[in-house]
Ligand binder design. Structure first.
Ligand SMILES: Nc1nc2c(ncn2[C@@H]2O[C@H](COP(=O)(O)OP(=O)(O)OP(=O)(O)O)[C@@H](O)[C@H]2O)c(=O)[nH]1
Ligand SMILES: [Zn+2]
Length: 187
């Protein structure tokens, strides 16, 4: 895997003072947001890009709340957020919006991906292993409800899975039900 790595820069933010570093994998530019002092076994949040949630504040998913919670935890506990550019579970923004349009017609999030010719989840996590090795991190506590992430992240010991359960709203209830019943999320 050919990965270009940026220098480390300061990033004061509304969630705390972090260091940031970019990792470029092919066309994808991922971002590591890291506490100034990492805990020995840091809490790590592996976040998948969701432009509609993270930037626009969409209520169709729980991504923005999870991102903010992950950054708060990183600040409070000496942890790290790895922001992966895997928009739409890695089908890309244009396809995700097409999937949303199919959901407007009654398909659920999994059926919509299938209708477009994709697996329910197209993400992979090799770059996470690369990043954690780069920071010489051997053990982590992983902040996730997704057992797939626990099983797919290799090369480091996940000593604990910490749930990241956000309060549902009327727009994302159905989506969260499908994540629990159709995708095995521990909600
Ligand atoms: N294809 C597709 N992607 C979606 C949809 N809704 C959210 N996403 C993407 O799903 C990703 C977030 O995944 P989630 O399933 O919410 O959470 P997770 O990362 O698997 O699990 P957690 O670690 O527990 O949060 C982001 O890349 C979003 O853009 C959808 O309806 N269709
Ligand atoms: Zn989202």
């Amino acid at each position: 895997m050919q990965i270009k790595i940026s220098d480390v820069a300061d990033l004061p933010s509304r969630f705390g003072d972090f260091n940031v570093q970019a990792f470029k994998q092919g066309q994808k530019e991922h971002l590591v947001i890291c506490a100034k002092e990492l805990a020995e076994v840091p809490i790590v949040r592996v976040h998948s890009e969701c432009l509609t949630g993270d930037a626009i504040g969409s209520l169709k998913c729980d991504c923005r709340d999870q991102l903010e919670y992950g950054l708060q935890m990183a600040d409070e506990t000496g942890g790290m957020v790895i922001y992966l550019r895997q928009e739409g579970r890695n089908i890309g923004l244009l396809n995700k919006i097409n999937a949303y349009a199919l959901q407007d017609k009654g398909l659920n999030t999994i059926e919509a991906n299938h209708q477009l010719g994709f697996a329910a989840d197209e993400r992979t996590y090799e770059v996470v292993t690369f990043i954690l090795h780069h920071y010489n991190i051997k053990k982590i506590k992983l902040l996730t409800n997704n057992p797939d992430k626990v099983n797919s992240i290799s090369g480091v010991e996940i000593v604990e899975r910490i749930p990241i359960i956000m309060k549902p709203n009327k727009h994302n209830e159905g989506y969260l039900d499908v994540k629990r019943d159709g995708m095995g999320h521990l909600l």
